[in-house]
Design a protein around this ligand. Structure first.
Ligand code: ADP
Ligand code: ZN
Length: 524
């Protein structure tokens, strides 16, 4: 570098032009602005923006304090969805129960005259997808009143106090619009029993307390009716279910045969179905399905019809879609070896044959060895003729024998066993255990409850309530019970060895056979 103090002057003289560089000193005012005031302003703006966002989330600038906000209960005025009781099929008892509420909302004076007061809270209890939400909407639809709905989980917020503010706000809205329906879905999310959980949950407790306060706060006959839905009623806080609060309980159970048929018909109206569909048969096949699952079955059938470019849904579409809902789609490119296919054939015929050779077994409807996406390599579908409310001890034992029939056939024919029976094992064990611990069907324990079911609407897992010695004894008895039925199944198959071979061969060739074909070969 050359240090030349006269360089600038000389360059000026030579006529060079300067560009780019700031040659002047910044004014002190501007400098202060840029380095101090501007950053502060930027930060303040960001802060304001974030604060506004938070308020919006909490419900708007009219909130009382930080985090206190409006509820985002959706408002449906005048039954905008137009759901009526006639849209809810089956569930007659529940509808009857709720019809009284509708009548009350139509003519409250009739009730006031006598001095009767309507319950404020109604607890709709039942497994998922049985139409609890629909029923609440139908009450609003039939009574022509506004319908507010919010899920219990929406009340549970990150910050303590926010859920309570939502409850307060929801009820303020509701009181303005009374008479009206305020539906709280999944109320167990806020209404769980309070004691017992270590550390507690302040937010949930505050929300629950607020709900209780609000319910106590408004008068009898104010016209605000609060249906709430739950599928774990046993976990609710007793304070919530005591008189004056959610004191009326309306069970919404899984539909029975007639109910299933009715639900199928309601949903079939929404699609183009062929004239000669046997809904009763479909309802029989879909034993244990909820309303939501039946709606899904009908829709799957419609999709299947479109897929095969037909204009109408047929019986076959519906039957296949039941299997899709139960077992998943057919696996088109599953490559079973011939040997495996043979094993699966014998396994399934083993189930079917043991079922058919025992009394009190549901008739075989269909046997298939087409693999499904659920992982099932085949299955035997048994369909009960009518409703089943009670089961005799022998029936359960026969059922266990049927479950063991698949494995029994494998043992008998191939002299070895496969992993294919894992699901059968699970089911048989469950039944055997329940016989001993819950149904009082063992000789030793008489009518003593050794297990209690925790949530009967959600899978119904059970917890043991007995000493360790008793547990060991239960385990032994379960093993004995299953062994006995397994032996019985093997005996049945040994005695019917020729039928077993013939049927398995037939199934192996066709891959799917109907109950009639099965019975025909069996009877020959
Ligand atoms: P839940 O609230 O009990 O979980 P929903 O009321 O949300 O069940 O029902 C879900 C869907 O299932 C409904 O939208 C409807 O299509 C169907 N469904 C359930 N039960 C019935 C019923 N009894 N009649 C007609 N459709 C039903
Ligand atoms: Zn099996």
């Amino acid at each position: 570098m050359v240090d030349d103090p006269n360089l600038t002057e000389r360059l000026y003289e030579s006529g060079a032009e300067f560009s780019g560089e700031i040659t002047e000193q910044m004014s002190p005012l501007l400098s202060i602005f840029l380095t101090w005031i501007l950053p502060i302003m930027i930060f303040a703006a960001i802060g304001q923006y974030m604060y506004k966002k938070l308020l919006e989330k909490a419900g708007g600038p009219n909130s009382m304090a930080f985090g206190m906000g409006k509820s985002n209960a959706k408002v449906y005025v005048k039954s905008s969805e137009g759901i009526k009781f006639s849209d809810v099929a089956g569930e007659d008892e529940a509808k009857e129960n709720l019809a009284e509420i509708v009548d009350y909302l139509h003519s409250p004076d009739k009730y006031k005259e006598v001095g009767a007061s309507m319950p404020k809270g109604i607890l709709l209890v039942g497994p998922p997808g049985t139409g609890k939400t629909m029923l609440a909407k139908a009450v609003a639809g039939e009574s022509n009143v506004p319908f507010f709905s919010i899920s219990g989980s929406e009340f549970v917020e990150m910050f303590v106090g926010m859920g309570a503010a939502k409850v307060r706000d929801l009820f303020n809205q509701a009181k303005e619009k009374a008479p009206c329906i305020v539906f709280i879905d999944e109320i167990d999310a806020i209404g769980k029993k309070r004691e017992g959980n270590i550390g507690g949950n302040d937010e949930r407790e505050q929300t629950l307390n607020q709900l209780l306060t609000e319910m106590d706060g408004f008068e009898e006959n104010s016209g605000v009716i609060i249906p709430a839905a739950t599928n774990r009623p046993e976990s609710l806080d007793p304070a919530l279910t005591r008189p004056g609060r959610f004191d009326r309980r309306v069970p919404v159970e899984l539909p029975d045969l007639k109910g299933r048929e009715a639900i199928l018909r309601v949903h079939a109206k929404k699609i183009k179905a062929s004239q000669n569909i046997d809904f009763l048969k479909i309802a029989r096949m879909a034993s244990g399905a909820s309303g939501a699952e039946l709606a899904n079955i009908v829709n799957e059938a419609a999709l299947r019809a479109v897929r095969s470019s037909r204009k109408e849904v047929t019986q076959e579409d519906l039957e296949e879609s039941i299997e899709v809902v139960i077992a998943g789609y057919q696996k088109k490119n599953a490559m079973l070896t011939d040997k495996e296919k043979m094993i699966v054939s014998y396994h399934e015929i083993g189930h079917a044959l043991v079922a058919a050779k025992q009394s009190h077994s549901a008739p075989v409807q269909k046997i298939t060895i087409v693999p499904r996406t659920s992982g099932a390599l085949g299955y035997t579908m048994q369909v009960d003729e009518g409703n089943h409310y009670l089961m005799r001890k022998e029936e359960i034992e026969n059922k266990i024998a049927t479950f063991t029939g698949g494995r029994a056939a494998e043992e008998l024919i191939f002299g070895s066993v496969t992993t294919g029976a894992s699901n059968d094992i699970e089911q048989a064990t469950k039944l055997a255990r329940a016989m001993i611990t819950r149904y009082g069907m063992s000789d030793d324990f008489d009518m003593v409850a050794l297990e209690t079911v925790n949530n009967r609407y959600l899978g119904g897992d059970a917890s043991l309530a007995c000493s360790a010695q008793t547990q060991a004894s239960i385990d032994r008895q379960v093993v004995e019970l299953i062994k006995k039925q397994h032996e019985k199944a093997k005996e049945i198959l040994t005695q019917n060895r020729d039928k077993l071979d013939k049927l398995a061969q037939y199934l192996y060739e066709r891959e799917t056979i109907t109950g009639e074909e099965f019975m025909e070969i069996l009877k020959k």
